[in-house]
Design a binder for this molecule. Structure first.
Ligand SMILES: [Zn+2]
Length: 110
């Protein structure tokens, strides 16, 4: 997988999780984001796009650099915790692939 593909996959997964979270928590239309979530999403997208570690890591969830910062980091973690398991129903293949790559990454970094 190329760096660009990884970046795109990270963003796609994150955007889908945020869509689920916002729809359930903030009553937005499916696939849409409210202002607050849109703000978090813009920030997260920016961080992934400028991430210097993308080349030698799999995903932000296993990254040692917590580049989201304390305020957004907390919000993003809460969204991922909420939406991650629900993604299994929506896009099981995508989630399993993500989990597999994460596992591979953890194993190789030991
Ligand atoms: Zn929202």
């Amino acid at each position: 997988m190329t760096v660009d593909e990884k970046r795109k996959m990270e963003l796609d997964t994150m955007r889908q999780i945020m869509g689920i979270y916002c729809h359930n928590k903030h009553n937005t239309q499916r696939g849409e984001l409210c202002d607050e979530c849109q703000d978090i999403w813009s920030y997260a997208k920016y961080r992934v796009e400028v991430c210097p570690h993308m080349e030698h890591k799999t995903f932000c969830s296993v990254c040692k650099t917590h580049c989201y910062g304390p305020i957004y980091g907390e919000k993003i973690r809460a969204i991922m915790r909420y939406g991650g398991p629900r993604m299994l129903w929506v896009a099981p293949i995508k989630v399993l692939r993500h989990m597999f790559l994460e596992w591979q990454d953890k194993r190789s970094s030991k």
